[in-house]
Design a protein around this ligand. Structure first.
Ligand code: ZN
Ligand code: ZN
Length: 363
């Protein structure tokens, strides 16, 4: 599996006239090498693929990364990088501009300065090289996401049935996490959001001690991780009877969500996809209250390509897995967001999320 990924990476390096690439993004490291440890760097050239990690991960790296030459790091990067670069003979080496600290960058530059001039490569920024490969999922990746989705679906369904007025946001978040962890999730894919009443007006509210009251909307945004892959979904529920305001806002968001899911097509840009839902919300007079993009890709990272939002140029295509999550946020009242994951297949979006999102979401 990693051999095939390396092959595709090398094609990309050739396209970009790079002799090698230095990988510092953890998800990219895992994607290319299979290595799941939390520390290590890759250097990939046309002929060589090096994984440098330290003593703590040595045995693990040997098991997980048979397609890579392993370098045991004792000390810093300066102890192995010049040698590895010299061996590749690379003239132009890319680094991942979006995921490299200034400290590490400076260290690499200082290290390269000490190399003899004929061997010293040019160190050049790149963007989205490996992310561009990760955007199209293979069957195994899709299956892992499917497992993570199911895990969150089941937890939501189970915990929604236990929700009672008086429970705090934190209690609900913990019950959801506990259920996912007890049913196969290796972790949550991000800190669960439970936002009751006015807190729901903040799209990324952190669960608090606030007790949930009858008749107020509760936004729950959650995901599980399975085999490294994430899921992400949002449901908005209400304890007891929904009032007119909630019904109205909920129906608009649900309409926007389903319209986008049913009409999004391969070949559209992320901007076009976003507009499918945004136009529904704008027509209903709530355009200003939908302040974020429609969705994002999901994979080893919970937010990755493709971007689906205003001005997003990413072209949506088969094999991509992304969220569709319109929302309306009203300060002082609360919010409604509904988020499903879809998989683009044969030009259309197939829904992967199955947790109920019924008409008024009354519990
Ligand atoms: Zn979410
Ligand atoms: Zn999301």
């Amino acid at each position: 599996m990693t051999a095939e990924r390396l092959c595709r990476l090398r094609e990309k390096l050739a396209e970009k006239e790079l002799d090698a690439i230095f990988i510092t993004t953890p998800e990219n490291r895992r994607y290319l090498s299979g290595f799941t440890g939390s520390a290590g760097h890759l250097l990939v050239s046309a002929r060589r693929a090096v994984l440098a990690t330290d003593f703590r991960y040595w045995e693990q790296a040997q098991q997980q990364s048979p397609d890579f030459e392993l370098v045991k790091v004792i000390g810093g990067l300066e102890t192995w990088l010049p040698q590895a670069l010299g061996d590749t003979g690379a003239r132009r080496v890319g680094y991942e501009a979006a995921n490299m600290s200034v400290a590490l960058y400076n260290l690499v530059v200082e290290t390269l300065k000490k190399m003899e001039t004929p061997q010293r490569p040019e160190f050049t920024p790149t963007q989205d090289v490996v992310e561009g490969l990760r955007v199209v999922k293979d069957d195994a990746e899709r299956a892992a996401i499917e497992r993570a989705v199911r895990c969150a679906d089941d937890a939501f369904t189970a915990v929604a049935a236990q929700l009672r007025p008086g429970m705090t946001e934190q209690e609900v978040a913990w019950k959801l996490e506990q259920h996912m962890r007890e049913h196969g999730a290796e972790s949550v894919s991000f800190d669960i959001i439970v936002a009751a009443g006015p807190n729901g007006a903040m799209p990324h509210h952190h669960p608090s001690e606030r007790r949930i009251e009858k008749g107020e909307p509760v936004v729950i945004d959650m995901g599980a991780r399975a085999d490294g892959y994430c899921s992400d979904m949002t449901r908005t529920v209400i304890l007891g009877r929904a009032d007119k305001q909630f019904r109205k806002v909920y129906d608009i968001v649900l309409g926007a969500q389903m319209t986008a899911a049913e009409t999004v097509q391969a070949g559209m840009t992320g901007h076009d996809g976003d507009a499918l839902a945004r136009s529904v919300i704008e027509k209903a007079g709530f355009g200003e209250a939908f302040g974020h993009g429609l969705g994002h890709g999901v994979g080893l990272a919970v937010h990755e390509n493709p971007r689906v939002g205003r001005n997003a140029k990413d072209i949506l295509g088969d094999g991509m897995v992304f969220t569709i999550e319109p929302g309306i946020y009203i300060p002082g009242w609360g919010g409604v967001r509904i988020e499903d994951i879809v998989s683009m297949e044969k030009g259309r979006a197939r829904g992967m999320t199955h947790a109920p999102k019924g008409a008024a979401a009354e519990l």
